[in-house]
Write a protein that binds this ligand. Structure first.
Ligand code: C5P
Length: 231
């Protein structure tokens, strides 16, 4: 099946506390977005990437990607107010013959080729898949007033990661439904599940960290320095 990748990189990364958008912040000398896109090079998928970018940074990101990936045509689309808006913009920019799309956050530079391939394989079979890892911590659900409401059975709880991979018609319908119902999610698999579609959980790696806070930057640098990740 024909495949493409969407890389949401349209956030400013406020929680990181840097002046630059997170995608441009260097991680051991290489901008986060370049590291993340590089993970798709050996799979031949960087050339298919649709990247969402924050307003005001179009030319700097275009120049960066031109320099880092001169042999690949990467499509840039404007980011939206929320991640979901960014992904919707990117879905509209997919090639007309694309059948499967993997949506992978720019903030996760250490995704492995195996995880990407496993998510594509599951999405081809089931329609929708997300990479995830079984929870280590017990998860507490708050009642909204700072009190414990419930404690889900830990053996059923997984931490969500990306890529989340879909048959294109399924993810497009899920985004249209979410827009119509004014539902805002923080990932795409949840939108698909809300339409009644099964989503396969594909077991990933704890090193597939989402770089969000300064502490995550330190952890990510340690992963690289200690050769815990392939980069
Ligand atoms: O904010 P969050 O951690 O969920 O962001 C995950 C990914 O979504 C990041 O790579 C970020 O750049 C991207 N994003 C986006 N457009 C937004 C907000 C976030 O593409 N408006």
């Amino acid at each position: 099946m024909t495949r493409q990748v969407i890389i949401p990189a349209g956030g400013m990364g406020e929680r990181l506390g840097e002046a630059l958008p997170k995608a441009l912040v260097p991680l051991c000398g290489i901008p986060l977005l370049v590291r993340t896109l590089s993970a798709f090079l050996p799979l031949g998928l960087a050339d298919t990437a649709v990247v969402t970018i924050p307003a005001g940074h179009e030319s700097s990101i275009a120049a960066l990607l031109e320099e880092a990936f001169p042999d690949n045509h990467i499509t840039l689309v404007p980011g939206g107010v929320e991640r979901q808006d960014s992904v919707r913009n990117a879905l509209a920019a997919l090639r007309s013959d694309t059948e499967l799309v993997a949506i992978h956050d720019a903030a996760r530079p250490f995704v492995t080729g195996d995880a990407v391939e496993a998510s594509f394989e599951a999405a081809a079979r089931v329609g929708a898949a997300t990479v995830a890892v079984p929870a280590i911590d017990t998860i507490l659900v708050s009642d909204g007033d700072g009190y414990l409401s419930e404690t889900p059975d830990r053996s059923t709880v997984w931490y969500c990661q990306t890529p989340q991979t879909f048959q294109v018609a399924i993810i497009r319908e899920a985004h249209e439904t979410a827009l119509r119902k004014s539902f805002q999610g923080t990932d795409d698999a949840t939108l698909v599940r809300r339409c009644g579609q099964s989503v396969k959980l594909v077991r990933g790696d704890f090193t597939n960290l989402k770089v969000t806070t300064p502490t995550d930057m330190t952890i990510a640098e340690t992963f690289i320095e200690k050769n815990l990740v392939c980069v």
